[in-house]
Design a protein around this ligand. Structure first.
Ligand code: NCD
Length: 303
């Protein structure tokens, strides 16, 4: 039995296979409509979510399966003081697979120690978010036709932004990848990630100015400043509008730039560019459903 806690739990070959299955699902959805008949997915969300939870649920329904779960900690027994372990022990008797999001880093890993069914990490604190990364990789593959030889700018809150951490770990295993990390000094990538990149011999730079970085980019991955992870509101207010991508900034970008964002967007992308063909973020959210379908099939070992 396999779980997905960290994106590196999957080899690049397995990721490429998941992307291929997701593309086949998009082309032939009816072929997959009964694959999970009789199976149940539990979505245990101890932290807010729109896309991740609903795309998991839509994914299971489109595979012919069923869904149970809760969308906030306050409506579960965690509000009475129940531990994550106890909740998981119980739910793993009710469901065939569990997707969980939790504010504490490592909670989904801890869940695997007591679960009888596969656990999918749907976001743990400021740490990891592997299924968003699968979504991002499918989006890049659809937009660029490859995951190799790309210059990728990650902009915004690179310290607390878990989607960036997982994306970087996944992409650095592909060929010819260059990262440009664009953030204020206080929100640079965590030290452990910088160390891992250095150890792997990855090609990366850390800068502060989006305008200067933009012309060289093939992919621009924008992120929101993660208010809920800040220790003090004044710092959040000072940093929240550091970067705002608008049509003026895009003037110096490549004509085939792909702009991604895991969403939710706050202020960091002006709505005036939503109709620019380079804006991929709403397509990206849709792809999240298909790649999660592929992942559920893999972890449930459905042929
Ligand atoms: C992200 C998350 O939850 O980390 N959202 C998502 O899953 N699409 C990004 C964010 O909240 O900023």
């Amino acid at each position: 039995m396999r779980s997905l806690i960290d994106i590196v739990n999957l080899s690049t070959q397995e990721i490429d296979e998941l992307i291929a299955v997701a593309q086949d699902i998009m082309a032939n959805p009816s072929k997959y409509a009964e694959k999970c008949r009789g199976k149940k997915l539990a979505t245990l969300f101890f932290e807010p979510s729109t896309r991740t939870r609903l795309s998991f649920e839509a994914a299971m329904y489109e595979l012919g399966g069923n869904v149970l779960g809760f969308s906030e900690a306050s409506s579960s027994s965690s509000a009475k003081g129940e531990s994550v372990s106890d909740t998981i022990r119980v739910v793993s008797g009710y469901a065939d697979i569990i997707a969980m999001r939790h504010p504490k880093e490592g909670a989904p890993l801890a869940a695997t120690f007591v679960s009888n069914v596969p656990i999918i990490n749907a976001g743990d604190g400021g740490h990891n978010h592997p299924t968003q990364t699968l979504t991002d990789l499918l989006t890049i593959k659809k937009e660029k036709g490859t995951l190799d030889n790309l210059t990728i700018g990650c902009c915004g809150d690179l310290k607390f932004g878990r989607t960036v951490h997982s994306l970087v770990k996944a992409l650095q295993r592909y060929q010819g990848i260059k990262f440009v990390f664009i953030s204020p000094e206080e929100l640079r990538i965590p030290d452990y990630l910088r160390y891992e990149l250095q150890k792997a011999g990855a090609d990366f730079v850390e800068v502060q100015k989006l305008d200067e970085a933009i012309p060289q980019l093939d992919i621009l991955y924008m992120t929101r400043v993660q208010r809920e992870r800040f220790f003090n509101e004044a710092d959040y207010i000072r940093l929240k509008d550091t970067y705002i991508l608008d049509s003026e900034k895009l003037q110096n970008a490549k004509s085939d730039l792909s702009i991604l964002h895991p969403l939710p967007r706050v202020n960091e992308i002006s709505t005036e560019i939503d109709n620019d063909p380079r804006a991929c973020y709403f397509r990206q959210a849709l792809y999240g459903k298909y790649i999660r379908m592929a992942l559920i099939l893999k972890l449930l070992e459905v042929e």
